[in-house]
Design a protein around this ligand. Structure first.
Ligand code: PEP
Ligand code: MG
Length: 542
């Protein structure tokens, strides 16, 4: 599996595989020196150079004048060369701020400080906003000075301007990842028509080091950072086939399959790709994107708007919406508590520790579904660690009116940590929930982590926060171990007559899915780009 998987809003259905090239928003002349290793340091030194240049200009202007004007210009130049300002600026960059943000933030923090000092310096505080803009312009340079690599690359940038989007050569720029900006931005539209796949609004995108190999899947809004050989192989097939070829596979007369082949979506923008790929509904709607990078939780209306866009596309179909599953090193600012235990900060553990977020998301999903009664909504809780936790989730759902009567919404949980594979826990969970879905990404990771002491792959698991750090060798004892656990869950669910699906990456592997089908799985859910190839492979394998 990839080292990390980032989620954003995918534009179009394309897939790109390549190495990243980081383009700063304030696109100044990029050096050839290979000093792109650490963009934060590079930004900081470039910003300092821009500050120094503006200070020099102010001094030059001061020399041409006299009296008060001269004093003010010298004072402003002095403020710009104050080491404390450089310190504040450095802190902003160290935290990963984009250049404009860092400069505006540092200057306004420094201006508040001057205001407090009062007197002459206090009076200069107001000038700092103007100076910040002047430094940004200085840093910005001209678009024509941007040097892009001459070999194919995947562009990462904070926020792409339409002008740069226009400049990109689709034969070299294989895909674009932006940290901010949405799927409907001007730049994204330009790229879509040039058939360059885009994933927009990817929290943490700028932390991906320059020159990193990634798979960009616009159909599911996912970026696989340092993908493994299997992921590369799977996606290469799709990347090489153009849209028409995929369409042909999708339209070919295939054997009807005994399972639903559903879509994994990272946001509403991939709905069209899922419909085009002929998805039998949505097997996993990841909802993280609404929450990542925000200072405050999304409002009920914002959530309803996003969910409605998906529900309206899938009238008459099933949509499995997964509640927020935070998976970032830094807690989100509005998630006050992380909960306890091994899974603190993730999935249902984090939601139960922040009950207002949980209630609000349940309300938003249910109210949005109310507007689209033909959409069959199934809600599932992520990273459930015990039957007790599953009960707590159902209690919250009951509190907001989702249980009882002839309420159409079904409630289930994801099976993706080893603790719920214990027979007693699994049986209780299966009895109380309407369905379960197996998340093989986390399940693989956590099962193998438990085997760390005796597992030679364990040495790859040392990065505590990175949960996708190893590949599963085909036919290895580890693969057999995961398969046997997936089989247990499928068979146990069938025994009590509850629907069970698989929505992790493993579902896209036709060899694995053929087994899942034999054991009785009801649905497989994969990235839209992988639906047609999976259907075709299953159709000939079964
Ligand atoms: C999984 O863990 O298999 C899964 C589908 O969820 P995610 O990849 O979003 O954690
Ligand atoms: Mg998971």
């Amino acid at each position: 599996m990839a080292e990390r998987v980032l989620v954003g809003a995918g534009v179009g259905a394309g897939v790109a595989i390549g190495t990243t090239f980081y383009l700063p928003t304030a696109s100044y002349h990029l050096s050839q020196s290979g000093s792109m290793q650490d963009p934060r340091r590079m930004f900081f030194s470039a910003a300092r150079a821009a500050v120094a240049e503006v200070a020099r200009e102010l001094e030059a202007d001061a020399e041409k004048t006299t009296g008060d004007s001269q004093n003010i210009l010298y004072a402003l130049a002095g403020i710009l060369t104050d080491p404390e300002l450089a310190g504040v600026l450095k802190d902003y960059f160290a935290e990963g701020a984009a250049p404009e943000q860092a400069i505006r933030g540092a200057f306004s923090q420094f201006s508040r400080k001057l205001l407090k000092l009062g007197g002459y310096f206090g009076e200069r505080a107001a000038d700092l906003d103007d100076l910040a803009e002047r430094v940004i312009r200085q840093l910005g340079g001209v678009l024509d000075s941007v040097e892009l690599p001459s070999s194919p690359f995947i562009l990462i940038t904070d926020n792409l301007s339409p002008m740069i989007a226009n400049k990109l050569d689709p034969s070299l720029c294989l895909g674009v990842i932006t940290a901010s900006g949405g799927a409907t931005s001007h730049a994204a539209i330009i790229l879509k028509s040039a058939r360059v796949p885009v994933v927009a609004g990817v929290y943490d995108a700028t932390s991906v080091a320059n020159g990193t190999r990634v798979v960009l899947d616009a159909s599911s809004g996912q970026i696989f950072v340092k993908p493994d050989a299997i992921e590369i192989e799977r996606y290469s097939l799709v990347a090489e086939a153009n849209t028409t070829a995929i369409q042909i596979i999708a339209e070919k007369a295939l054997k009807p399959l005994p399972v639903r082949v559903m879509a994994n979506l990272g946001s509403s923008t991939e709905s069209a790709a899922a419909v085009e790929a002929g998805a039998d509904g949505v097997g996993l709607l990841r909802t993280e994107l609404l929450f990542l990078g925000a200072e405050t939780p999304p409002s009920l209306q914002d959530q309803m708007f996003e969910y409605s866009k998906i529900f309206s596309r899938f009238a008459g179909e099933r949509v499995l919406a997964r509640l927020l599953d935070v998976d970032v090193d830094k807690p989100l600012p509005f998630m006050q508590n992380s909960g306890d235990g091994k899974y603190a900060g993730r999935g249902l553990t984090a939601l139960l520790a922040n009950p207002e977020i949980l209630r609000e998301q349940l309300r938003a999903l249910s109210q949005a579904q109310g507007y689209y009664p033909r959409t069959e909504l199934w809600i599932m809780a992520p990273m459930v660690t015990s039957a007790t936790q599953a009960r707590q989730f159902l209690d919250f759902a009951a509190e907001v009116g989702l249980v009882g009567g002839d309420h159409p919404i079904k409630l289930g949980v994801m099976i993706e940590v080893p603790e719920v594979l214990v027979e007693a826990e699994l049986t209780l969970i299966l009895r109380m929930c309407d369905f379960v879905s197996i998340g093989t990404n986390d399940l693989t990771h956590y099962i193998l982590q438990d085997y760390q002491p005796v597992n030679e792959a364990g040495r790859l698991l040392n990065q505590e926060h990175s949960r996708r750090t190893l590949s599963l060798e085909v036919d290895s004892p580890y693969e057999a171990l995961i398969f046997s656990q997936v089989r247990r869950v499928i068979e146990a669910a069938k025994l009590v007559g509850k629907p069970v699906g698989v929505c992790g990456e493993m579902a896209a592997d036709a060899r694995a899915s053929t087994q899942f089908i034999k054991w009785g799985v009801d649905s497989l859910s994969v990235a839209p780009a992988l639906i047609a190839p999976l259907r075709a492979a299953l159709s000939s394998a079964l």
